[in-house]
Design a protein around this ligand. Structure first.
Ligand SMILES: [Zn+2]
Length: 565
């Protein structure tokens, strides 16, 4: 260890908000070169290599073939899919002697350009290829050390099938390989159903690891295991109690009450009984052809806009004289060409308060089916903790988490845009590939693990990722001959057994060396101290459990091999 390029630090860097960032810098795993750009020092690289080895083993085991694509892409392939425009905010572009290039944040274009000549016939399919590659993203605000960077390493896989059935089978195979990878990485993870967007079906997954630093939430049901991200999660039905007889529709004056809260307060202080859940929130959204849509959800819920629509902007309101911001409601709007959507929870037995489509007025006891009809009934609210699970009787909770990987059925999304993404079928006709893509954030994994596996003293690596399996901490190395001798002998014998072992031979105080061993977080420590060796013993400490066991020097090799087996 005296020769290892590592200097541990007592203090975390001032900009380190995330515990993983603090610990990985303090323990000498990574060092910042620029905002969102990190070097991996020897200890960090060892962890990275172990993550890569797990990914390679599991991908190779399911027949995925490793290749290596360039990071530098000619701009033309990004123009063909138009992602040069749609991903403009994250693409890093470079000009080389007058030619334009993109530094790849993902490789769908590059992989199709590369392998399509080899996958020209149905006989060449299915095929799955993968690479472990450095990627670039023009992140506006890099943060949290390795969790949000501008340069990162990913293992990305791409599958090519002749039809949808084949794509689904391949997807399942890679999905299972992902589970095997995360099992070995040794963190709790949840394959969360992700928003399918324009692709359809609930067949895309994000691999989420619950962590306090996470900026994403997913909906989770403990009872049945249902897990979906916020964009995709739906809630089950819970019977709403009817509040008794519904009265006739009537209009009331509600001056200066353009929000749900304002109108509820106003009504309650003017002799009415009103609540947010018995009001309908009205949101205007715009369809792809410019048509107006009204989304109605209970007043205490957040609207989730269907992916086919976008939120209306000020200019959209200006362009439609029927819309009075703050006083919009369903009654009469369908008649002027607005499509009406209601959330699934809106009841035909409740008289709701809604805007009257007239500034300063609301309607009371508006009833779905009686006073207005809906064109679409859909899931239009964001789920919250306590909502009923859509699959069982349980309740949904929201779990804060970080994304460690994703698996995606692309279908024909890219094949339809890229001319070369075609093969000839059995009858000679040309057909596009059914594709899947799959990504694991290799350089993110050490940070994800550090987030969930540490204590007050430092990092705690799962054995499969630990930079070394064992560290021999020699207290008094080079000042006490018996300690030096014993430590050297244990180190050499473990090396001979192919154990991944580090010897702390630094001439430092015992306290410093013990603290460093905990900070660095190697799975097992063999502490060689003067008193112990005089009695023929050393101490073996399990970093995970903190348990220390006194073991005879003559038996320590065998003891360790049992632990590592
Ligand atoms: Zn459930």
């Amino acid at each position: 260890m005296s020769k290892l390029v590592v200097k541990t630090l007592r203090e975390a860097p001032a900009d380190a908000e995330a515990i993983s960032h603090q610990l990985l810098v303090r323990a000498g795993y990574i060092r910042r070169l620029a905002s969102g750009v990190y070097s991996f020092l020897p200890l960090g690289l060892r962890v990275l290599r172990k993550v890569e080895a797990i990914v390679r083993e599991e991908f190779d085991a399911v027949g995925a073939q490793e290749l290596f694509l360039p990071a530098l892409h000619p701009v033309e392939i990004w123009q063909e899919t138009n992602r040069i425009n749609t991903m403009d905010d994250v693409l890093m572009k470079v000009e080389v002697r007058g030619a334009d290039f993109v530094l790849g944040p993902t490789h769908e274009e590059a992989v199709i350009a590369t392998v399509s000549p080899d996958l020209a016939s149905y006989r060449d399919l299915p095929a799955t290829v993968y690479q472990i590659q450095t990627k670039f993203r023009a992140e506006a605000r890099p943060r949290f050390g390795l969790l949000r960077t501008r340069e990162f390493i990913m293992a990305d896989a791409y599958s090519f099938d002749a039809d949808k059935e084949g794509m689904r089978t391949t997807y399942k195979t890679i999905f299972d390989a992902y589970c095997a990878i995360f099992d070995r990485i040794g963190v709790d993870y949840f394959p969360v159903e992700a928003d399918a967007g324009s692709i359809g079906g609930d067949v895309n997954h994000e691999f989420m690891v619950p962590a306090a630093i996470g900026e994403d939430h997913f909906a989770y049901c403990k009872a049945c295991g249902y897990a979906a991200n916020i964009e995709a999660a739906v809630r089950g039905e819970r019977r709403t109690e009817s509040s008794g007889a519904v009265e006739v529709l009537r209009k009331v004056e509600t001056p200066n009450s353009p929000t749900i809260k304002a109108v509820v307060d106003f009504l309650n202080s003017h002799g009415h009984v009103a609540s947010a859940e018995n009001s309908l929130k009205s949101m205007i959204a715009i369809g792809p052809n410019g048509a107006y849509h009204l989304l109605l959800v209970p007043g205490d819920r957040k609207v989730r806009i269907p992916s086919s629509l976008r939120a209306a902007e000020a200019s959209d309101f200006d362009a439609n004289p029927n819309l009075h911001l703050g006083y919009i409601g369903p009654v009469g709007l369908r008649e002027v060409g607005v499509t009406i959507w209601v959330d699934r929870s809106v009841s035909e037995e409740i008289g709701y308060c809604t805007g009257a489509n007239e500034v300063g007025y609301h309607l009371l006891d508006v009833v779905l089916g009686r006073d207005f009809i809906a064109d679409h009934v859909a899931d239009l609210v964001e789920v919250v903790g306590g909502d009923p699970c859509p699959r069982c009787e349980g309740d949904i909770e929201l779990v804060r988490s970080v994304e460690a990987g994703h698996t995606f059925q692309l279908g024909l999304t890219y094949s339809n845009k890229i001319k070369s993404a075609r093969f000839s079928g059995e009858d000679g006709s040309e057909a596009p590939y059914f594709m899947g893509c799959y990504g694991i954030g290799i350089s993110r994994i050490p940070a994800v693990v550090a987030e969930v596996s540490h204590d007050a003293n430092g990092l705690i690596w799962p054995l499969e990722l630990s930079p070394f399996e064992v560290v021999v901490v020699a207290l008094g190395y080079s000042t006490n001959d018996l300690v030096t001798d014993t430590a050297d002998r244990i180190y050499d014998s473990l090396l001979e057994e192919d154990v991944d072992v580090l010897l702390d031979d630094r001439n430092l105080a015992a306290g410093v060396k013990l603290k460093d061993a905990d900070l660095i977080g190697v799975s097992y420590q063999i502490v060689v101290g003067a008193r112990g060796v005089a009695e023929g013993n050393v101490e073996v400490k399990d970093r995970q459990s903190g348990e220390a066991t006194v073991v005879a020097i003559s038996e320590v090799g065998e003891y360790l091999l049992d632990l590592l087996a």
